[in-house]
Design a protein around this ligand. Structure first.
Ligand code: IMP
Ligand code: MG
Length: 171
Protein backbone atom coordinates (compact mmCIF):
# COMPACT_ATOMS: atom_id res chain seq x y z
CA UNK A 1 0.00 0.00 0.00
CA UNK A 2 1.22 3.49 -0.80
CA UNK A 3 0.81 6.41 1.59
CA UNK A 4 1.54 9.92 0.30
CA UNK A 5 4.54 11.53 2.01
CA UNK A 6 5.57 14.48 -0.18
CA UNK A 7 3.26 16.12 -2.72
CA UNK A 8 4.39 17.55 -6.05
CA UNK A 9 4.23 21.02 -4.54
CA UNK A 10 6.39 20.07 -1.54
CA UNK A 11 8.92 18.45 -3.84
CA UNK A 12 8.94 21.48 -6.14
CA UNK A 13 9.64 23.81 -3.21
CA UNK A 14 12.43 21.60 -1.85
CA UNK A 15 14.06 21.30 -5.29
CA UNK A 16 13.89 25.07 -5.84
CA UNK A 17 15.49 25.72 -2.46
CA UNK A 18 18.29 23.28 -3.29
CA UNK A 19 18.74 25.00 -6.63
CA UNK A 20 19.23 28.35 -4.89
CA UNK A 21 21.72 26.88 -2.39
CA UNK A 22 23.67 25.17 -5.17
CA UNK A 23 23.61 28.34 -7.28
CA UNK A 24 25.17 30.31 -4.42
CA UNK A 25 27.83 27.66 -3.73
CA UNK A 26 28.92 27.10 -7.34
CA UNK A 27 28.57 30.62 -8.77
CA UNK A 28 31.66 31.32 -10.93
CA UNK A 29 33.01 27.77 -10.52
CA UNK A 30 33.58 25.15 -13.21
CA UNK A 31 30.93 22.70 -12.03
CA UNK A 32 29.94 19.17 -12.95
CA UNK A 33 26.83 17.48 -11.55
CA UNK A 34 27.11 13.69 -11.39
CA UNK A 35 23.76 11.94 -11.11
CA UNK A 36 23.65 8.43 -9.70
CA UNK A 37 21.53 6.18 -11.92
CA UNK A 38 18.83 5.27 -12.01
CA UNK A 39 17.15 6.78 -8.97
CA UNK A 40 18.29 10.38 -9.43
CA UNK A 41 17.11 10.89 -13.00
CA UNK A 42 13.91 12.80 -12.25
CA UNK A 43 15.39 14.79 -9.37
CA UNK A 44 18.45 15.79 -11.41
CA UNK A 45 16.29 16.79 -14.38
CA UNK A 46 14.13 19.04 -12.20
CA UNK A 47 17.09 20.37 -10.21
CA UNK A 48 19.16 21.56 -13.18
CA UNK A 49 16.18 23.44 -14.56
CA UNK A 50 16.03 25.56 -11.39
CA UNK A 51 19.69 26.57 -11.62
CA UNK A 52 20.79 30.05 -12.60
CA UNK A 53 24.41 28.94 -13.20
CA UNK A 54 25.93 26.85 -16.01
CA UNK A 55 26.83 23.25 -15.13
CA UNK A 56 27.84 20.15 -17.02
CA UNK A 57 26.08 16.86 -16.34
CA UNK A 58 27.26 13.27 -16.22
CA UNK A 59 26.04 10.00 -14.76
CA UNK A 60 27.46 7.11 -12.82
CA UNK A 61 25.80 3.83 -12.02
CA UNK A 62 26.52 1.56 -9.11
CA UNK A 63 24.95 -1.72 -8.19
CA UNK A 64 23.59 -1.17 -4.70
CA UNK A 65 20.31 -2.56 -3.49
CA UNK A 66 19.84 -5.06 -6.26
CA UNK A 67 16.27 -6.18 -5.83
CA UNK A 68 14.04 -5.63 -2.82
CA UNK A 69 14.71 -3.49 0.19
CA UNK A 70 17.79 -5.04 1.70
CA UNK A 71 21.23 -3.77 0.76
CA UNK A 72 23.81 -6.47 0.08
CA UNK A 73 26.60 -4.23 1.32
CA UNK A 74 28.58 -4.96 -1.82
CA UNK A 75 28.83 -2.11 -4.28
CA UNK A 76 30.41 -2.05 -7.71
CA UNK A 77 30.62 0.65 -10.39
CA UNK A 78 28.59 -0.51 -13.40
CA UNK A 79 28.98 2.66 -15.47
CA UNK A 80 31.62 5.31 -14.88
CA UNK A 81 31.43 9.01 -15.69
CA UNK A 82 32.65 10.13 -19.12
CA UNK A 83 33.65 13.77 -18.46
CA UNK A 84 37.01 14.66 -16.97
CA UNK A 85 36.54 16.08 -13.47
CA UNK A 86 40.14 16.75 -12.57
CA UNK A 87 40.45 20.24 -11.08
CA UNK A 88 36.71 20.81 -11.37
CA UNK A 89 33.98 21.26 -8.78
CA UNK A 90 31.84 18.15 -8.58
CA UNK A 91 28.44 17.72 -6.98
CA UNK A 92 27.10 14.18 -6.66
CA UNK A 93 23.31 14.07 -7.03
CA UNK A 94 21.61 11.14 -5.34
CA UNK A 95 17.96 10.28 -4.77
CA UNK A 96 18.20 8.95 -1.22
CA UNK A 97 21.00 8.19 1.21
CA UNK A 98 20.22 5.31 3.52
CA UNK A 99 23.16 3.33 4.97
CA UNK A 100 25.51 5.52 2.94
CA UNK A 101 27.43 2.49 1.68
CA UNK A 102 26.70 3.11 -2.01
CA UNK A 103 27.51 6.78 -1.80
CA UNK A 104 30.77 6.20 0.06
CA UNK A 105 32.03 3.90 -2.70
CA UNK A 106 31.06 6.40 -5.40
CA UNK A 107 32.51 9.31 -3.40
CA UNK A 108 35.88 7.56 -2.97
CA UNK A 109 35.88 6.52 -6.63
CA UNK A 110 35.32 10.11 -7.83
CA UNK A 111 37.78 11.54 -5.27
CA UNK A 112 40.52 9.47 -6.98
CA UNK A 113 39.94 11.45 -10.17
CA UNK A 114 41.21 14.64 -8.55
CA UNK A 115 38.27 17.10 -8.45
CA UNK A 116 38.88 20.49 -6.80
CA UNK A 117 35.90 19.86 -4.58
CA UNK A 118 33.47 17.00 -4.14
CA UNK A 119 30.13 17.43 -2.41
CA UNK A 120 26.85 15.59 -2.08
CA UNK A 121 23.28 16.62 -2.81
CA UNK A 122 20.52 14.16 -1.91
CA UNK A 123 16.80 14.70 -2.27
CA UNK A 124 16.23 12.58 0.84
CA UNK A 125 18.58 12.08 3.74
CA UNK A 126 17.33 9.00 5.59
CA UNK A 127 19.30 8.83 8.80
CA UNK A 128 18.03 5.80 10.66
CA UNK A 129 20.35 3.19 9.19
CA UNK A 130 23.48 5.24 8.42
CA UNK A 131 26.50 2.94 8.64
CA UNK A 132 29.33 4.98 7.21
CA UNK A 133 30.35 8.52 7.97
CA UNK A 134 29.24 10.58 5.02
CA UNK A 135 27.91 14.11 5.12
CA UNK A 136 25.09 15.24 2.87
CA UNK A 137 25.95 18.85 1.98
CA UNK A 138 22.60 19.68 0.37
CA UNK A 139 19.48 17.77 1.46
CA UNK A 140 15.92 18.22 0.22
CA UNK A 141 14.19 16.31 3.01
CA UNK A 142 15.29 14.57 6.16
CA UNK A 143 13.38 11.40 6.92
CA UNK A 144 13.80 9.11 9.92
CA UNK A 145 12.60 5.81 8.52
CA UNK A 146 10.41 4.01 6.01
CA UNK A 147 10.83 2.73 2.48
CA UNK A 148 10.03 5.47 -0.01
CA UNK A 149 8.98 5.20 -3.64
CA UNK A 150 8.11 7.54 -6.49
CA UNK A 151 9.87 10.52 -8.12
CA UNK A 152 12.65 8.19 -9.31
CA UNK A 153 12.68 5.94 -6.26
CA UNK A 154 11.75 2.33 -6.91
CA UNK A 155 10.88 -0.91 -5.24
CA UNK A 156 12.00 -3.69 -7.60
CA UNK A 157 11.83 -1.16 -10.48
CA UNK A 158 8.22 -0.26 -9.70
CA UNK A 159 6.81 3.19 -8.86
CA UNK A 160 9.71 5.29 -10.26
CA UNK A 161 7.36 7.14 -12.60
CA UNK A 162 5.09 8.50 -9.86
CA UNK A 163 5.32 12.31 -9.55
CA UNK A 164 4.91 12.27 -5.75
CA UNK A 165 6.85 10.47 -3.02
CA UNK A 166 5.09 7.70 -1.09
CA UNK A 167 5.83 5.42 1.84
CA UNK A 168 5.55 1.79 0.83
CA UNK A 169 3.69 0.01 3.57
CA UNK A 170 3.20 -3.69 4.18
CA UNK A 171 -0.39 -4.56 3.45
P1 IMP B 1 22.56 2.91 0.78
O1 IMP B 1 23.79 2.36 0.15
O2 IMP B 1 22.01 2.03 1.85
O3 IMP B 1 22.70 4.35 1.23
O4 IMP B 1 21.44 2.83 -0.33
C1 IMP B 1 21.40 3.76 -1.34
C2 IMP B 1 20.51 3.32 -2.45
O5 IMP B 1 19.53 2.38 -2.03
C3 IMP B 1 19.76 4.51 -2.96
O6 IMP B 1 20.47 5.13 -3.99
C4 IMP B 1 18.48 3.90 -3.45
O7 IMP B 1 18.64 3.46 -4.77
C5 IMP B 1 18.28 2.71 -2.54
N1 IMP B 1 17.36 3.07 -1.43
C6 IMP B 1 17.66 3.31 -0.14
N2 IMP B 1 16.56 3.62 0.57
C7 IMP B 1 15.54 3.59 -0.30
C8 IMP B 1 14.12 3.84 -0.19
O8 IMP B 1 13.57 4.17 0.87
N3 IMP B 1 13.40 3.70 -1.33
C9 IMP B 1 13.96 3.36 -2.53
N4 IMP B 1 15.26 3.12 -2.69
C10 IMP B 1 16.05 3.23 -1.58
MG1 MG C 1 19.90 5.06 -6.20
Amino acid sequence: MLRLLFSREEIRRAVERLGREIGREYQGKDTVLVGILKGSFIFLADLVRTLSIPVEIDFIRAASYGRGRVSTGEVSILKDIELSIQGRHVLIVEDIVDTGVTLKVIYDHLREKGPSSLKICALIDKKERREVEIGVDFAGFEVERGFLVGYGLDFDERYRYLPEIYILEES
